[in-house]
Design a protein around this ligand. Structure first.
Ligand SMILES: [Zn+2]
Length: 367
């Protein structure tokens, strides 16, 4: 451990290196992690994600028979307007809280993982620091390409995210639909010569409120109920022009017990004959409660006096990608999800220490 520093200092260091997407690349923070691992006697490997912009994932293999992958994403959302922050968005500690973009989502967790890897390296685990989660989850998808070659025995996963110390064994799906209406333009003084696309969109938009009431009746023990929200509506160019184009965006949160094909078909039917396309699609997912990864972590948390129940993550996460290829995974971390993506994001020092303890215990006992 010749060059290791405390988990708090390490978290602060990671936060100080800009990796906001889409503004900055993660390469500087990734290179820091790469060098840090080497300085501490480990053997990190780079997996190129985007050569042109020097973006790469870092993997640390124990043996290639690893059954468990622990992953943490190193991109953050944008700081946005720094004037909306009372604290330094690139890291400062005040009253037991470490503030800064990425503190809880998820550079704080990366620091905890680094610390645990150095202290209790476990050969049966593959450790992944990945790029590109916030926008497309492309980083973890790239890692999963290795399942055919170097990660053949992989069966379980833990994605580190702020879950307030709770096991999340699934996440809701998100279908973001863009609905477009086309019409025929004409001079505003002659509406009868045109075809108003905005009226068509309004007709469909009026149905969404009721649609939300209908889907709210679909429930799941981990996630509560499904939802639909009309988030954006627009169209037209000027008050004296009949609009030939209008659109709306609807966010439908999907449960693991809903059939994806039926959800899509039902929505298309609801707004027919208008055009529908996906602007984002993340599938709902769930890992069985009796999976080894759930029972092991549950036992471990119970021993530490933490909450050993499992819950559902309401935001989207990389678990959808991991479940899609058959892995059984959970989302876990300390810090609160409500802190993520907003000004004055923080994680407490206590939470960082707690996460490190959990990871150290896991690394000591995972077989
Ligand atoms: Zn995150």
């Amino acid at each position: 451990m010749k060059n290791s520093i405390s988990v708090i200092e390490l978290a602060k260091k990671l936060i100080s290196i800009d990796s906001q997407r889409p503004i900055a690349s993660e390469s500087k923070v990734m290179q820091f992690i790469f060098d840090y691992l080497i300085d501490n006697g480990l053997k990190p490997e780079k997996q190129i994600y985007d050569k042109e912009n020097d973006r790469f994932n870092i993997l640390v293999f124990g043996s290639e028979n690893a059954t468990l992958m622990i992953n943490v994403h190193m991109d953050t959302v944008s700081i946005n307007d720094p004037n909306n922050w009372k604290h330094n968005s690139f890291g400062e500690i005040v009253d037991g809280k470490l503030y800064g973009r990425g503190s809880c989502d998820t550079k704080g967790h990366a620091a905890c993982l680094l610390q645990a890897m150095i202290e209790n390296f476990n050969e049966n685990i593959v450790y992944v620091f990945n790029v590109e989660e916030e926008l497309s989850m492309g980083g973890i998808k790239k890692v999963l390409e290795l399942r055919k070659t170097r990660l053949k025995n992989l069966k379980y996963s833990i994605s580190l995210e702020p879950t307030d110390g709770k096991i999340m064994r699934g996440n809701k799906g998100q279908y973001a639909f863009e609905v477009t209406a086309h019409g025929k333009t004409a001079h505003g003084s002659n509406p009868e010569l045109g075809e108003n696309a905005i009226y068509k969109i309004i007709g469909a938009a009026r149905k969404i409120e009721n649609y939300n009431k209908t889907v709210s009746k679909i429930t799941h023990p981990l996630f509560g109920h499904a939802t639909a929200n009309l988030g954006v509506i627009g169209g037209g160019t000027a008050s004296n022009v009949i609009p030939d184009y209008a659109f709306m965006c609807v966010d439908r949160r999907v449960l693991p017990n809903e059939n994806p094909k039926d959800v899509e078909a039902e929505f298309r039917k609801l707004v027919a004959p208008l055009e529908v396309k996906f602007i984002n699609r993340v599938e709902a997912c769930e890992t069985p409660a009796d999976s080894k990864i759930v029972t092991e972590i549950s036992k471990l948390l119970g021993n530490l006096g933490m909450d050993s129940n499992s819950y559902g993550f309401t935001a989207t996460s990389e678990l959808s990608e991991l479940r899609a290829v058959g892995l059984e995974g959970i989302i876990f971390g300390t810090g609160e999800l409500t802190q993520a993506h907003k000004p004055d994001e923080y994680i407490t020092i206590k939470e960082l220490e707690q996460c490190t303890t959990v990871l150290n215990n896991l690394l000591k006992r995972w077989k």
